[in-house]
Write a protein that binds this ligand. Sequence first.
Ligand SMILES: [Zn+2]
Length: 77
Amino acid sequence: MLRTRAGAGRRNRQTVSMTPEPEIECIDCGGRCYLTTHAREDGRWYPGDIVTYKCRDCLDRWDLVMPDVEEFPGDDL
Ligand SMILES: [Zn+2]
């Protein structure tokens, strides 16, 4: 249930510190995928950043896109 809300003028515009999970579950084999992407020099992540995970079991690679901050659940009214 992902909806894209482009350009909506919401008041919550402050930067939320986003950090990708250090590990995710492999979509294929259920093994552990570890993060292989490093943050920028300032250690921050921004919406649209690509983070890459590699599965240590099946060696598959997964590219995830950091979500838009405005997609946080809970302020949907
Ligand atoms: Zn795997």
